[in-house]
Design a protein around this ligand. Structure first.
Ligand code: PMP
Ligand code: GLN
Length: 387
């Protein structure tokens, strides 16, 4: 058949997880915890399943879960989304992002993506018939460059995609950057898809800057998040999207004929569990300890640690490794590390649409530290023994 995505193979996450398994490597590649979610959450889902929540929930999601989401966003970010019209539960953030793009991107529309970027954005834009316009983040700090974004805006720009805390760099937008974004888009009809799946993983006393905090941005944004990340259950594939009613109405037209709705017992269980804010409010402390353990373990090795203000990813520059490792491209190095050192990671180049857009080959790889301490320690042992 004529492929709609001719350039694509299998995602780097699947490839590296398979390679890690094949070689018995510690898998710090694909982003997922190697520990279980809270037993109280598992019990809540069990109770939901045993108390009859096993048929289709309403198309936009279980009402109790939408209420819990609206309450959380209002408490944390100060914006009240209407439970009936402005929140939809999705099959993970992945479906939320695709559905948002399918709902608003018309053939020929341009969608700006700040690179490096999560790997689903580009193919999603292609499927929606749009044209992806990559704009580089600062190659050293991974901060947004508003002059470059401004220069990329055209009358065809339909959507700007942003992601904070950022996968893969871990960078976190500041309140001032959010204000600059609001200013930049003032007077345009550009929409924002704001990927906030790591919203509860922000370190060193910083705060997550949701677009929902600024009315001018909330009015033009789809906010996307994921329970998989927040509650250590990536395999459940439950997330949500919040947006103003006119945008959400279009979103739901696509959603209802895409998945229609998302599995019932997990939604009901999640709603009950969300009554206690402690798990998500405590997540930053939980992961900051892991980040610090991992960084301390790599200190003094040839891996140069990049800042990690958020997310559960630690990036390192490997150009200080001895030859020939330092000269390898990042994919080759990740394969070598998996096979020879027994630790899997993800190459930074996987987050760029074209090799050219990396602005020179990045000698950077990404480790996921959402792992048991003993897993991190085993990986660190192996990484410290490198030549
Ligand atoms: N966006 C980003 C930035 C992610 O890292 C991920 C998960 N790796 C997703 C979206 C997808 O989230 P989900 O698993 O809920 O579909
Ligand atoms: N978001 C995860 C990561 O960045 C992977 C999700 C996936 O495998 N598609 O590692």
């Amino acid at each position: 058949v004529a492929s709609r995505l001719p350039q694509l193979g299998t995602t780097v996450f699947s490839v590296m997880s398979a390679l890690a398994q094949q070689h018995g490597a510690v898998n710090l590649g694909q982003g997922f915890p190697d520990f279980e979610g809270d037993p109280a959450l598992l019990d809540a889902v069990d109770r939901a399943m045993r108390s009859g929540h096993n048929q289709y929930p309403p198309m936009p999601g279980a009402p109790a879960l939408r209420q819990a989401i609206a309450a959380k966003i209002e408490t944390l970010y100060g914006h009240r989304y209407d439970v009936d019209r402005e929140i939809t539960v999705t099959a993970g953030a992945t479906q939320g992002i695709l559905t948002a793009l399918l709902a608003v991107v018309h053939p020929g529309d341009e969608v700006i993506v700040l690179e490096p970027a999560y790997d689903s954005y580009g193919p999603n834009i292609t499927l929606a018939g749009g044209t992806m316009v990559p704009v580089p983040l600062d190659p050293h700090t991974f901060r947004p460059d508003f002059e470059r974004i401004r220069a990329a805006l055209t009358p065809r720009t339909r959507v700007l995609m942003i992601n904070t805390p950022h996968n893969p760099s871990g960078n976190v937008w500041t309140a001032d950057e959010m204000r600059q974004l609001a200013q930049l888009l003032d007077g345009t009809d550009v929409l924002v898809v704001s990927d906030e799946v790591y919203e509860h993983m922000v370190y060193d006393g910083q705060q997550h800057q949701s677009v929902a905090r600024l009315p001018a941005l909330a009015a033009r944004s789809f906010v996307v998040s994921s329970f998989g990340k927040t509650y250590h259950v990536t395999g459940w594939k439950v997330g949500f999207v919040a947006a103003p009613a006119p945008l959400m109405a279009e979103f739901r037209k696509v959603h209802q004929y895409n998945v229609f709705t998302v599995n019932s017992p997990m939604q009901v269980g999640l709603a009950a569990y969300m009554a206690d804010p402690a798990p998500y409010l405590g997540l930053s402390d939980f992961y900051q300890r892991k980040r610090d353990r991992f960084r301390a373990g790599l200190a003094g090795t040839p891996f140069k640690l990049l800042p990690c203000p958020g997310s559960y990813f630690q990036c390192v520059d490997y150009s200080g490794l001895p030859a020939p490792l330092a000269g390898m491209d990042d994919m080759a190095l990740c394969q070598w590390l998996t096979r020879e050192a027994g630790v899997a990671a993800i190459p930074m180049s996987a987050f760029y649409s074209t090799p050219a857009s990396t602005g020179g080959r990045p000698s950077i790889i990404r480790f996921c530290f959402a792992k048991k301490d003993e897993t991190l320690d085993l990986a660190l042992d192996r990484l410290r023994k490198l030549p």
